[in-house]
Ligand binder design. Structure first.
Ligand SMILES: *Cc1c(COP(=O)(O)O)cnc(C)c1O
Length: 380
């Protein structure tokens, strides 16, 4: 049996590099609360993300909750259901109501054509998702936000290092949240960051992640705790040294998938738009359900010990805990996509031969179904 292939695998620095990086933590005895490594990582990320304001967090989810808190959002927030539960959870956990917009067929980001119809006098913000690292229609979102005086906080968990015509993706909207979870392109084991446009929000962000503390004897309000510690920052400093090579390797994997799968009928592959530098975070494949079901391919790969992911299925407006509250019926495109999409294994260390093997399994499956089964049978 071939060894198990997971959908992703965290990139790690060599052991000695990390050891070396954490050594001085023993000398300083400073483990958390804006330590030397934390501050150094913030500076390096300002450069890498090409953005002036970066604030580190213990994880991406709490960064998003803290952004909602810092901007003092109220009432309704427009977002999409084609995302990780975190995006919707953050809105709900802050006592707000998510209003679900549908997504584009082409890139799975928020559809802007009908967005204005979802705005009410209760709407305070839009939280769009750069899903799979695909950049949202940032210009149109900015126009709408200005017109209705809404805040825009991007869930940029997937978009680390992505640029648009040379501009870092972190510069759009009022703020962006990045996740540095182990499974993401760049990681600090667990971790995350907020980037933000207006310096005046800095204080509120700091309060939100550190108990509302503003000085040794002053606590302004009941803030939470979401600080990044020195061991996380040390992992980030190591990983950041190798990030360009990591992304380059992902690009090779992406291109190998494209080479092998582009001739096939009945599937749609991801593409990188003009002007975008991608981070190749995911390789989502959309199956034409008239030809083959996504679940068949998923199960066939699993038989070969290869784990693809139905990412994102179910939609967040259709997960158990929200079933009585929300409905996927208002987001038909998202619903259709979520039933047909599969993300294939992609990470820097995956062997190109493994990619070939995955492609062959998909090819064989598609060919055998196209030749032996009629469309009606596939449905049954
Ligand atoms: C990973 C992820 C998050 C949450 O980030 P954590 O660092 O795991 O808390 C939020 N949104 C999306 C789209 C994600 O993929």
């Amino acid at each position: 049996m071939n060894k198990t292939i997971q959908v992703t695998r965290p990139s790690m620095p060599v052991f000695d590099e990390y050891l070396n990086e954490i050594k001085d933590i023993w000398d300083s005895g400073w483990l958390t609360n804006a330590g030397v490594k934390h501050n150094r990582l913030e500076e390096k990320l300002q450069q890498y993300l090409k953005t002036p304001n970066v604030s580190l967090f213990s994880n991406g989810h709490l960064a998003l909750e803290c952004a909602i808190e810092a901007f003092q959002l109220t009432g309704e927030v427009i977002t999409t259901p084609f995302t990780f539960a975190s995006t919707t959870h953050a809105i709900v956990r802050k006592g707000l109501t998510p209003i679900f917009a549908d997504i584009n067929l082409e890139d799975y980001t928020i559809q802007t054509d009908n967005l204005e119809r979802l705005i009410t006098d209760k709407t305070s913000a839009i939280i769009p998702v750069h899903v799979y690292g695909n950049v949202c229609n940032v210009n149109e979102i900015e126009r709408i936000a200005k017109k209705y005086n809404l805040k825009v906080i991007y869930d940029a968990a997937h978009a680390f290092g992505v640029t648009v015509d040379g501009r870092g993706v972190a510069n759009f909207g009022d703020a962006s949240m990045f996740s540095f979870h182990a499974t993401k392109v760049f990681h600090t084991i667990e971790g995350g960051a907020l980037t933000y446009k207006d310096r005046s929000i800095e204080n509120r962000i700091n309060m939100a992640k550190n108990f509302g503390i503003t000085g040794p004897e002053s606590i302004e309000y009941a803030g939470g705790n979401a600080k990044m510690n020195e061991f996380q920052a040390a992992m980030g400093l190591c990983n950041l040294r190798h990030i360009d090579q990591e992304i380059e390797k992902r690009k090779e994997v992406h291109e190998r998938y494209i080479e092998n799968l582009s001739e096939l009928e009945g599937i749609r592959l991801p593409f990188v738009k003009k002007g975008i530098v991608s981070n190749y975070a995911y390789f989502p494949v959309l199956f034409d359900s008239n030809k083959v079901s996504r679940d068949q391919i998923h199960d066939e790969l699993k038989k070969h010990n290869i784990y693809s992911r139905k990412y994102f299925y179910p939609l967040t407006n259709n997960i158990n805990c929200y079933k009585s509250k929300f409905s996927p019926n208002h987001t038909p495109v998202a619903q259709q996509i979520s039933e047909r999409i599969l993300t294939l294994p992609i990470y820097a260390g995956i062997q190109l031969e493994t990619v070939e093997r995955i492609c062959n399994i998909i090819k064989n499956q598609l060919n055998s179904l196209n030749s032996t089964v009629s469309i009606g049978d596939v449905y049954l």
